[in-house]
Design a protein around this ligand. Sequence first.
Ligand code: ATP
Ligand code: MG
Length: 442
Amino acid sequence: MIIPEHILKAIDLLNSAGYEAYLVGGCVRDALLGVQPKDYDITTSALPEQTKAVFNGYHVIETGIKHGTVTVVIDHSPIEITTYRVDQEYLDHRHPENVVFTTSLKEDLARRDFTINAMAYHPKEGLIDYYDGKKDLDTCTIRCVGDPKERFNEDALRILRALRFASRFDSPIDIDTEKAMRKCAGLLKKISAERIAAELNEILCGKGVRRILVDETEILGVPIPELLPMKGFEQNNPHHIYDVLTHSAVAVESIPPEKDLRLAALFHDIGKPFCYSEGEDGVGHFYGHAKQSEIITKRIMDRLKYDNQTKDSVLLLVKYHDLHLEENEKSIKRLLRKIGPEMFDKLILLYCADNLAQSPAYRDRQEGYDRLSAIAEKILSEEQCFSLKDLAVNGSDLIRMGYRPGPALGEILDKLLTKVIDGKLNNDKEELTRYIEKHFRP
Ligand code: ATP
Ligand code: MG
């Protein structure tokens, strides 16, 4: 295991002062998988005050001193150092009532959620693996340390953490662990909105997400009951080969792993079960489902307390996912005006993913999406006018021409922009000025 210098230094300083210190948790797991760890956590027999004394002279932050964690900054890099502890009595299915420090590494590892997260490593001693984490890591199996039902009862967030790791590593969940997750899923009602959202984001960005969404709908349906009607809802339409849930899961898997894109793919058809109608030919239709999906998505994202930026982006993508775009500059400039180039690109990604989740008979549409992107690129590279800031006249010009400031100015500019986008006027200052003088009274 290759360990950065400043981490080795921290372990060495603790050891030299007579304390045990090990790397622990995610960094050991990731290093064994050959993945670059996000961060390195150290667990130690030193009490927080003792840790602080060891790092006297360094910048030390009391991150969570009550839980035994201090952050030490070495060579400009922060390291979290936590005292060995056992968690006692979880009364609210989330937070231990109080934390008790211990001198036993084995006890500290026992409180950790899954075997693959319960290994420790020391540069001289090598791997410490009391709970067979390495064996599970070879198959990436997600298995609780100890009795799964007890562990999920202590802290229900672990149910979503299990889904997070199963999705990230596209790995199986041990049967007893999975059974307990399903049994205890109701406890997820106790978990805060922010934590649910954070785990959902991680689950959605994992490579095993499709299977998790389809197989664990009942668990996810506790915090997001709106997902449940999608499951098994047949579409009866030649465009589709999957029920609404599987279609959405395949769309999620087919779009790049960015939070807002994946949320949009998950929710884009969530309104479908409420918009179903059947033609006389028996073909299913979902008129108005984009609007319905937008309404439901907003409700979910408000409830899960998503930040406004993510919410705006996802809602816009859901709203427009079904929009028919003509392959010409005018149609694309109109959309660019409405949503801007960044959201345009994201919307095309959603079109592609949505299409990849439909019947293979309609896959030829992918080329059409490439053509739409190419037209947008051309518009941007030629710096063609599609927004008010590109327009050759602005509000100050109008005021200079004697028009009074106020909302009327905006209306004039909007009308001009429409004419320019539609090719009825050139984006030329003189031409626009002449048009204004002729058509609008100051
Ligand atoms: P990631 O790479 O996503 O950060 P991680 O395993 O490091 O994964 P963290 O949430 O950073 O996950 O937690 C660090 C370690 O703390 C875990 O590996 C696990 O040993 C332990 N842990 C974290 N949350 C819990 C929990 N709710 N219950 C039990 N142990 C936990
Ligand atoms: Mg971590």
